[in-house]
Design a protein around this ligand. Sequence first.
Ligand code: NAG
Ligand code: NAG
Ligand code: NAG
Ligand code: NAG
Ligand code: NAG
Length: 486
Amino acid sequence: MGFFSVFLFLILCSFEKAIIALAATSPEPHLPPHTTHTVEINSLLPATTCTPSTKGHTNNKASILEVVHKHGPCSIFHKSSKTSTTKSDDKYHAQILKQDEARVNSIHSRLNYRIHDPFTQSSASATLPAKSGLLLGSPNYLVTVGLGTPAKQLSLEFDTGSDLTWTQCRPCLRYCYTQSEPIFDPSLSASYKNLSCTSATCTQLSSAGIPHRCSSASSSCLYGIRYGDGSFSIGDFAKEKLTLTSMDVFEGFLFGCGQDNQGLFNGSAGLLGLGRNNISLVEQTAMKYNRFFSYCLPSTSSSTGHLTFGNGGGSANGVKFTKLTTLSERESSFYGLGLTGISVGGCQLPVASSVFSSSGTIIDSGTVITRLPATAYTALRDAFREGMKNYTMTMSFSLLDTCYNVSGYETVSFPDIAFGFGDGVTVDLDAAGILLAVSDSQVCLAFAGNKDDSDIGIIGNVQQKRLEVVYDVAGGKVGFAPASCP
Ligand SMILES: *[C@@H]1O[C@H](CO)[C@@H](O)[C@H](O)[C@H]1NC(C)=O
Ligand SMILES: *[C@@H]1O[C@H](CO)[C@@H](O)[C@H](O)[C@H]1NC(C)=O
Ligand SMILES: *[C@@H]1O[C@H](CO)[C@@H](O)[C@H](O)[C@H]1NC(C)=O
Ligand SMILES: *[C@@H]1O[C@H](CO)[C@@H](O)[C@H](O)[C@H]1NC(C)=O
Ligand SMILES: *[C@@H]1O[C@H](CO)[C@@H](O)[C@H](O)[C@H]1NC(C)=O
């Protein structure tokens, strides 16, 4: 957007404020109605029972998997652990946000080329966050896939920021954490095969930045992956039959069969890697789906969304596409987008597009809260606070510094927020993508600033809620359409 149009926006937005200021004696909201959301506070909070989406799971062109939040009432983890997330469970949110900081730090350090090699660090290392590990760093959204012959159902956390798919495997030579479903046992599967450490496939791990070794006993290929918070998985890099739906079966799918798994993933069986490197599920299924997938993350953890592979989900209507960018040769796993501006309550923030273009932006399904360059976040926060003037601010919550006491209110009205991309595409966020309800009396603006303007911006999963997010990797674009799941 050019200087003059930004300038025009500013005049219009200031003008609007002036008119509202003149009328300040009337109990009007601070923003005109078409630029605000009004929602029931309850709708931002998860219910204690699961309300699955009624969306069908059959489609002759695409494979549709149900997406559930790991800690909501729709997940198997929740049923087995019986730790219900209550409406005022702010400890739960505090833990999620702490874990989110660890993930963002690890993304920033990956981009700063500090790679961890789990083989060179003792796996009994005291640096592991011993008991804080429950939620730390894990992407939180689960899908269930089948692995092996006969197929065993496994709930994996899907992650567009990772490439390698892995699950815990028996006999858990060193360690397996508790998971909800039975741990995968390769000795009971007719289609499991170790890979030789001299095979070209084994060395492909390097291109994904994943260290590998040769097993001294069997000269099979060992992988080791360590996440930013100290969690890790080490085991055999192997081939197995992967069943997404009865129509979508992949022989010889490459995955990690983890014999030493520790840290954050507790509850789920492992991870489904949807990154851009060629060992990811997206690349391994490219022949069938042509690198096309989409998902919708539900507004709360008590409803369900979907993850769809292939371009047949009927989601093509109303999708606005923006160009997919690649960050660098070295760090090609992430999905880069050309974010150039943000508007709040219909007004473009006075932030130069160069602030966004010099940091760069990725979209990540596993980061919770969107991170912006510090300069952009400050402008967003100031504009949002201006629009929230008639609510009482309350203390910060974890990394969220713009929170309101909504005790006694049934509804809350707040400025809408839209992302602007360089190719003229504007994406309006859903109400659930703007405010995080920490409890029934505290809501917070669900954005945070990076410490440094040069750190990459990340569009997190809160901001993606209820949007159909469409990855057309072969077509070099990512698209958004409003409200495709509850
Ligand atoms: C703030 O504005 C909303 C929308 O008009 C109104 O319903 C609410 O009562 C106002 N709150 C206060 C504290 O004035
Ligand atoms: C892992 O989850 C199980 C429930 O599935 C729970 O009983 C256990 O305490 C958790 N372990 C850790 C280390 O958090
Ligand atoms: C795969 O390799 C591991 C050693 O890394 C070995 O323990 C296991 O028995 C092998 N499995 C098969 C099916 O060859
Ligand atoms: C994956 O990438 C590596 C390195 O870029 C390359 O050597 C390898 O051939 C690729 N594999 C496939 C299956 O495309
Ligand atoms: C919110 O306001 C109510 C009274 O209006 C008060 O009792 C409560 O302590 C406040 N909560 C927070 C988190 O500020």
